[in-house]
Design a protein around this ligand. Structure first.
Ligand code: FE
Ligand code: ZN
Length: 256
């Protein structure tokens, strides 16, 4: 198995496209190419040619570049089989537990519905990289457009079980706003206070706050912490079951 070189491409307001390159085979995947020109620019600069698109879900800010990139490069588009009709140009339909190869690098697919019904994440174990799309963000999670809180909590638990040093490559730079909300529901979390100070500094310096590590998320992301006494107390659900606490936390964030 091979380790991927990952390049982060900031596009539009706050989206990240990732280019993941396997040097041994020359294969290169674009994860959630929202747009085309910045992706082509990086490919040219690096001297890479696009072999795959990996989509996490159907939203336009994740699939907008699919058809033109396929047209220009002949790349293969991988997406959620259960949501195939909404993934432009899909060639390979994948689901829970499937393996996706980018040259010599193998990724494992997790179905993580909640934000959309057909949301998937890609975990490249050898690279220690998780492409989480809009399911898991730095200090946040996706809005529940097409799923219940119970479903999303189940989805997030799959990702929480990955190695703690996994880097989480999410699809948006939402960290600072997420962190402000996180502090409002877990004001006494010292790890969170420290992380937020670091995030504020990065943003002042115009630097990305993504990727983070799963360990950081487990310690500071309120959506992964329904067991936190501080969180439960703050939102008035002391001793509440995880789904209820998660659901209430999501609701509070929607109205924050
Ligand atoms: Fe989305
Ligand atoms: Zn998105």
């Amino acid at each position: 198995m091979a380790k991927l070189e990952i390049v982060q491409v900031p596009v539009m307001n706050d989206n990240y496209v990732y280019l993941a390159h396997d040097a041994g085979s020359g294969a290169t995947a674009a994860v959630d190419p929202a747009v085309v020109p910045p992706v082509l620019a990086v490919l040219e600069e690096k001297g890479w040619s696009l072999s795959h698109i990996l989509n996490t879900h159907h939203h336009g800010d994740h699939t907008g570049g699919n058809l033109e990139l396929k047209d220009r490069t002949g790349c293969t588009i991988v997406g959620c089989g259960g949501d195939a009709e909404r993934i432009p140009g899909i060639d390979v339909r994948v689901g829970e537990g499937d393996s996706v190869s980018v040259g010599g690098a193998a990724g494992k697919v997790f179905e993580v519905p909640g934000h959309t019904s057909g949301h998937i994440a890609y975990w490249f174990e050898e690279s220690g990289a998780l492409f989480s799309g809009d399911a898991l963000f730095a200090m946040g999670c996706g809005r529940l457009f097409e799923g219940s809180a119970a479903q999303m909590w189940q989805s997030l638990q799959k990702l929480m079980a990955l190695p703690a040093d996994t880097r989480v490559y999410c699809a948006h730079e939402y960290t600072q706003a997420n962190g402000r909300f996180a502090l409002s529901v877990e004001p006494d979390n010292a790890d969170l206070v420290a992380r937020m100070a670091a995030v504020d500094q990065l943003r002042r310096d115009d630097q990305p706050t993504v990727p983070s590590t799963l360990a950081e998320e487990l310690a500071t992301n309120p959506f992964l912490r329904p067991d936190s006494g501080d969180l439960q107390r703050t939102i008035g659900l002391e001793g509440g079951d995880p789904v209820t606490v998660f659901a209430r936390t999501r609701e509070l964030k929607d109205n924050f």
